[in-house]
Design a protein around this ligand. Structure first.
Ligand SMILES: *Cc1c(COP(=O)(O)O)cnc(C)c1O
Length: 423
């Protein structure tokens, strides 16, 4: 369910014609629907209402301050992965007891910032990290809550770049080592191990890998309880899949129904860390067709957005639907098979390959659908392209939530050494 639909042959975001946005703010452009974001958050919240979990939105999926503020105001917490994301959380005044922090490589400085702010907990991914947190907390004369990120060794059946819960992945700690660390806990008096965390991957369309992983966790929790180790939280991570093409992901309701009994059996407070599920369908990338050209083997549609704006096809071979903003009067039989490509000097710079689409021409606008998650946040200045603008639509209101960069932004932090200037 999302708020992008055709009315009389024109694509709308909520009550606004997307083409008007492209004309007003320029192309390429990210467009987000406020109500789609909130709707997906509430779907998850309602589905789990019998458990009342903390839903900590995963900031890295879409970290625009307006998006974060909208969710935090509705009661969401934030799942962060860096000091920079903690800074964003502070900017939107997220209550610190709703922030959880996971990363295999937290620096000394990042740990200190999180410890000083007293976030809900840090998800610890190695013994050395736990020792660092203990040492830093001791220096700051405090006790820091942590959760151990366990690697449950589960195959989530998704793209190999986005699996995170196999023992061959760098994430988390295996059960045996986690157990040993818990046995060591008295040697680390400045950390309090108050929970366990898993995050098995992303774009997972079926509840089975979750129930397999959570079952393992519940067994582990029961084993710990017998040893007198009482925990408070079980954080089951994010990873809920969405529809990009023909996937049939479980709905929030079905997902909740499958795993709620297990979660209740854990006896712990539950945390969810959805990213893509909340913002994925809530955003599109609008782009203008610059040229079309035919080679003896192919037809190319060359657009003004590139892999620097949306890297998912290049990075994961990801599929995104692509629709013209205007289908009014279009003859549905006048389709052709094309590659939709960007202007960047890389062959991986494409949005679709061998895709059957309505015929388009120079000057037409296209919408790359389901681009709200891992779109703008993974964008870069590659090829010295200014990063593009983001707008948020709320019914018939439009808000610019990130200005388009200008050329000066690209070179802002660069310095030519004096010797090169002949000084
Ligand atoms: C990226 C990430 C998430 C969110 O993943 P989605 O697939 O966007 O739901 C949740 N938890 C952790 C620890 C992550 O790294």
């Amino acid at each position: 369910m999302h708020e992008f639909k055709y009315i009389k042959g024109r694509l709308y975001c909520e009550d606004v014609k997307v083409e008007d946005l492209a004309k007003r703010f320029g192309s390429p452009l990210y467009v987000y629907s406020y109500h789609t974001i909130i709707d997906h958050y509430l779907k998850l919240k309602n589905a789990f209402s019998s458990i009342k979990p903390l839903i900590a939105y995963s900031v890295k999926a879409n970290s625009n301050l307006a998006v974060l503020k909208a969710l935090v105001d509705k009661g969401a917490g934030l799942d962060i992965v860096s000091g920079g994301e903690l800074y964003r959380a502070i900017q939107v005044r997220c209550p610190m007891n709703r922030i959880v922090y996971a990363s295999v490589g937290k620096t000394e400085r990042e740990i200190e910032e999180a410890v000083r702010r007293k976030i809900l907990f840090l998800n610890v991914e190695s013994l050395q990290e736990l020792e660092s947190i203990n040492r830093i907390s001791k220096r700051l004369n405090t006790i820091t809550r942590v959760a151990i990120r366990v690697n449950p060794d589960i195959e989530p059946k998704t793209h190999r770049y986005i699996t995170t819960g196999r023992l061959t992945n760098k994430f988390g700690i295996d059960f045996k080592s986690a157990y040993q660390i818990l046995m060591l806990r008295r040697a680390l008096p400045n950390v309090k191990i108050s929970g366990l965390h898993i995050h098995i991957g992303s774009q997972i369309t079926d509840a089975s890998p979750y129930s397999a992983a959570i079952s393992k966790m519940v067994d582990f929790i029961e084993r710990l309880r017998k040893k007198g180790i009482e925990l408070e939280y079980l954080n089951i991570g994010g990873g809920l899949g969405i529809i990009y093409n023909h996937e049939t992901p479980q709905t929030a309701q079905r997902f909740a129904k499958r795993i709620s009994p297990l979660l209740k059996r854990s006896g712990l407070k539950i945390i969810l860390e959805p990213g893509r599920f909340i913002v994925g369908q809530a955003g599109i990338l609008v782009t203008e067709v610059l040229y079309t050209k035919s080679t003896p083997k192919k037809k190319f549609v060359i657009v003004d957005a590139g892999m620097n704006d949306l890297i998912r096809p290049a990075l994961y071979d990801a599929y995104h639907q692509i629709f013209p903003l205007e289908i009014k009067g279009a003859n549905p039989r006048r389709t052709e098979k094309v590659d939709v490509v960007g202007p960047i000097c890389e062959s991986a710079d494409f949005f679709a390959k061998e895709r059957r689409m309505p015929k388009v021409k120079s000057g037409d606008y296209l919408a790359v659908m389901s681009a709200g998650a891992y779109g703008f946040t993974m964008s870069s200045n590659y090829n010295s392209r200014p990063r593009i603008a983001e707008v948020m639509v709320v019914k018939d209101n439009v808000f610019l939530i990130r200005k388009r960069e200008v050329y000066a932004d690209i070179v802002r932090n660069e310095i030519i050494p004096a010797f090169l200037l002949g000084l």
